[in-house]
Design a binder for this molecule. Structure first.
Ligand SMILES: *[C@@H]1O[C@H](CO)[C@@H](O)[C@H](O)[C@H]1NC(C)=O
Ligand SMILES: *[C@@H]1O[C@H](CO)[C@@H](O)[C@H](O)[C@H]1NC(C)=O
Ligand SMILES: *[C@@H]1O[C@H](CO)[C@@H](O)[C@H](O)[C@H]1NC(C)=O
Ligand SMILES: *[C@@H]1O[C@H](CO)[C@@H](O)[C@H](O)[C@H]1NC(C)=O
Ligand SMILES: *[C@@H]1O[C@H](CO)[C@@H](O)[C@H](O)[C@H]1NC(C)=O
Length: 394
């Protein structure tokens, strides 16, 4: 009897450790922080990807200088990159990065795992060298991690520090979980969305800690079933759905939930935004925000269908239809008087918007927190402070 148990245990262990290991050091990686290790990592990747069995690309402790890399599938079996103690740095000379791609790109991989790794874009250094502060031309530095057409994947325990224009792009992915992602970029940095999700479905972002100069998480067109949970955000611009309605024929955004998050010192908290004068009709529906703590956030709750950072005509209303939205159990402090702003489109008013259990305090000298509404009649339940639609402009 005991023999059978031992045999079963051994079989379980064999099954658990089944993955073949491809150590980048055996493919020539130096991990000295100076030599370009891109080729060694890519060689290990290709070998693992082409092996017929589940594989681990092992990136041991060390500092790896890597230029622009594309790790591409399809692979023959599940593949995981294990980089728990590895640090990746970008070349200081930005010319070594091909401008067309992001910094590290994962493309077309099914059953994928990425575990650990500290990614350091060295944006600060590179920008000095590039004199982009002087020339204003900083846009050519695509220091980012990009996930394109990744399916059935778990990305966890990734850290990114000290880089400008840093972000994680999630494009055309399905069933991908991002767990324990830490991003820290300076709050003055422009356009450094933490995690930017576009045309993807079944995406979970959980237990993230994001400090950046732009949105912590943004959900763009064509995204469906996106869950954002236990995210600490700030500084930055908060958690956003949008911006939508700038381009022709954008796909609908359906089913986004933001739950159990803490947002601190940001320009807004949770928001949905669409451009005015949309070239075609659009849809954003089934959007739910629940149990969110706001600490000194400028506009904690916002729907803004006149989002117009530059060059657009606010007089022509947005044609993105926003419906089935709920804000529930949102509390804390607002850094500006208007704590709740629901500014919907006159051409397609918001439908079925619910506000429940809102408690947002404002401590400025110009009075208590207030709220504004346009082209929306929210359904109110529970306690609401400020009361809904204290100021109504339509
Ligand atoms: C990030 O990488 C993608 C390519 O995957 C690129 O299109 C995009 O411009 C990059 N973003 C930034 C801010 O550099
Ligand atoms: C989603 O991906 C995970 C891997 O992270 C996998 O275990 C799970 O089976 C996938 N779900 C579906 C419905 O394919
Ligand atoms: C993503 O989150 C949703 C809601 O919390 C959950 O039902 C689903 O199982 C999660 N998916 C994965 C792959 O973890
Ligand atoms: C979210 O917060 C609520 C209320 O604090 C709690 O009951 C629930 O367990 C939390 N959910 C998760 C997934 O942490
Ligand atoms: C609140 O945030 C503003 C910036 O939005 C900042 O100037 C102010 O010091 C913060 N207040 C507190 C109490 O942290």
């Amino acid at each position: 009897m005991a023999g059978i148990w031992i045999w079963m245990l051994m079989m379980a262990m064999v099954a658990g450790n089944h993955a073949a290991v491809f150590d980048v050091k055996s493919y020539g990686a130096k991990a000295d922080g100076k030599s370009d290790d891109s080729k060694a990592i890519l060689d290990a990747w290709k070998a693992a990807c082409n092996s017929g069995q589940a594989s681990n690309v092992l990136i041991p402790k060390g500092t790896y200088m890597v230029g622009s890399m594309i790790m591409e599938g399809p692979c023959k079996a599940p593949i995981t990159i294990e980089a728990n103690k590895a640090r990746f740095v970008a070349p200081i000379n930005p010319n070594q990065l091909r401008a067309r791609n992001g910094w590290i790109n994962f493309v077309g991989i099914d059953r994928f795992g990425l575990q650990g790794g500290r990614f350091d874009g060295q944006g600060e250094l590179a920008w000095h060298q590039n004199n982009c502060v002087g020339t204003g031309k900083c846009g050519s530095m695509p220091i980012n991690l990009s996930f394109n057409r990744i399916t059935n994947a778990l990305i966890h325990s990734i850290t990114s520090y000290d880089s400008k224009q840093y972000h994680i792009d999630v494009l055309s992915c399905k069933n991908v979980t991002f767990r324990s992602i830490r991003i820290s970029a300076p709050d003055q940095s422009l356009n450094t969305d933490g995690i930017h999700i576009v045309r993807s479905s079944g995406i979970n972002v959980t237990e993230a800690d994001i400090k950046t100069g732009d949105d912590c998480v943004s959900v763009g067109d064509g995204s469906q079933q996106v869950n954002i949970e236990k995210v600490k955000c700030g500084p930055g611009h908060g958690i956003a759905i949008g911006s939508l309605g700038k381009y022709n024929n954008e796909e609908p955004v359906v089913g986004v939930t933001v739950k159990n998050c803490t947002i601190t010192h940001t320009m807004s908290g949770v928001r949905v935004e669409t451009w005015p004068a949309s070239p075609s009709e659009g849809v954003a529906r089934d959007l739910h925000f629940q149990n969110i703590v706001m600490n000194n956030v400028s506009t904690p709750i916002s729907i803004d269908q006149e989002y117009c950072p530059y060059k657009c005509d606010k007089k022509v209303p947005s044609r993105v239809k926003i419906s089935d939205v709920s804000f529930d159990d949102i509390r804390g402090t607002s850094a500006s008087k208007v704590a709740v702003r629901l500014r919907c489109s006159s051409a397609s008013p918001c439908e079925n918007v619910g506000l429940s259990n809102i408690n947002l305090a404002y401590h400025g000298s110009d009075g208590k927190a207030t709220s504004e509404c346009a082209n929306v009649k929210p359904k109110v339940t529970g306690q609401l402070f400020p009361p809904a639609c204290a100021v109504s402009s339509a």
